[in-house]
Design a protein around this ligand. Structure first.
Ligand SMILES: [Zn+2]
Length: 395
């Protein structure tokens, strides 16, 4: 309600301002008074529509009434933007197209109108048209091209055209204003990672490696690129190198420890000893729940259930966690009477199922929660802001 009110108040002010300027201009240029009167009539017709709660007709009439001249161009631009934000994309397109059709439109205004029209097209899902228009602005080397590049990157990202997105990012990063922008740098690194992942799935290892290296030129600490490199090296049998990369990710981003344990276990299995020692270090330093559970499993396999139970009980007394408790029950369930064991087992399944419903990742920027890891937040569209939720705070 408040939003609509603001919209109409703005619309009225814009129209009155535009009308006054148009009138002032026509007086200055000694135009006939009858034209000014016609505008005034249209204005009241529009106002009447507005008061009768027929906003669509009101907008049409106001657009008609608001003569385009050098003083009202900005009003038209603002009106168009407002219409798009209100979801009236077709009307916004009309306003911006009418502006562009005007002969002798000043260069900066035509660039702004093209930029706004391309945003209308994006909002309408007409990405091809938006792309053509934005490329026109790029060719003209205007100040608006930086903004155009940003929108082009968004379009290419949406259409999975990674190489085009990278090319635009490189151009944008040449501007000192954007050179150190972490989101643009992260985006470019992730586009390289997208290509690298595709190469990995097609077994094109050397091409994948080149893309991973390119990712590091944009963002030398990119977690995804480092994980991909570790994956590639593991695949090529370079287990020690892979372990080194995984440990580096872990020490720079301790919250990712849980995600690293599986590939680490696989690599250590090939190199021989070392995994248990690593797990003990992680447990002693961070009490990471995933590490505790993995170590408990390892102890059970090597030494037996009772040793694992002792280890878990001791850990839980220092760092209580629901996951640890469930694991402890699982280890002990075989030592209780069969009829109690079966009811205990169904109870455990129930708790386990409940826990699986919990979100495991959260966006540090907007709070979006998910069960799987997204490198770009689906909600706020920021890169590298989604992190694993620490077990101790999550449960
Ligand atoms: Zn977010």
């Amino acid at each position: 309600m408040m939003d609509s009110l603001n919209f109409y108040v703005f619309l009225l002010i814009a129209i009155i301002a535009g009308w006054l300027m148009g009138r002032f201009n026509s007086v200055k240029s000694a135009q006939s008074k009858s034209k000014g009167g016609g505008l005034f009539d249209d204005y009241f017709v529009g106002l009447n529509y507005l008061l009768n709660d027929e906003p669509d007709e009101a907008i049409d009439t106001f657009i008609k009434a608001l003569e385009i001249n050098s003083e009202t161009v900005e009003t038209h631009l603002a009106l168009g933007t407002l219409l798009r934000r209100r979801g009236k994309v077709d009307k916004a397109i009309k306003v911006h197209q009418a502006l562009l059709a005007r002969p002798n439109l000043k260069r900066n205004f035509s660039d702004s109108a093209k930029l706004q029209l391309s945003l209308d097209y994006i909002a309408a899902g007409l990405l091809g048209r938006a792309e053509r228009l934005l490329n026109e602005i790029l060719d003209e080397h205007s100040e608006a091209r930086w903004e155009a590049l940003r929108h082009l990157i968004t379009i290419y990202q949406t259409e999975n055209e990674w190489n085009s997105a990278i090319a635009c990012s490189i151009k944008l990063l040449k501007n000192p204003r954007f050179k150190k922008n972490p989101q643009i740098r992260a985006g470019a690194a992730h586009y390289c990672c997208e290509i690298a992942e595709q190469c990995l799935s097609e077994n094109q290892n050397s091409k994948a490696k080149a893309e991973i290296k390119r990712a590091f030129t944009f963002d030398k600490k990119n977690i995804r690129a480092m994980l991909l490199l570790a994956k590639l090296e593991q695949r090529q049998g370079k287990y020690k190198a892979s372990i080194k990369k995984l440990l580096r990710v872990g020490s720079n981003n301790p919250e990712f420890t849980g995600q690293l344990l599986q590939p680490l276990a696989e690599c250590y299995e090939q190199t021989g000893e070392g995994f248990e020692k690593l797990l003990r270090t992680i447990v002693a330093e961070t009490a990471n729940v995933d590490a505790v559970l993995t170590l408990a499993q390892l102890i059970k396999t090597k030494t037996g259930s009772s040793a694992a139970i002792n280890f878990l009980s001791e850990q839980l007394s220092q760092h209580p966690s629901l996951e640890g408790l469930i694991k402890l029950f699982e280890l002990q369930i075989h030592s209780v009477e069969p009829n109690i064991a079966s009811s205990l087992e169904s109870l455990l399944n129930l708790v386990d199922e409940q826990m699986r419903r919990n979100f495991e990742y959260q966006c540090l920027h907007c709070g979006f929660e998910s069960k799987s890891l997204f490198w770009m937040c689906p909600s706020c569209k920021k890169w590298d802001n989604i992190r694993p939720i620490a077990e101790t705070t999550a449960r």
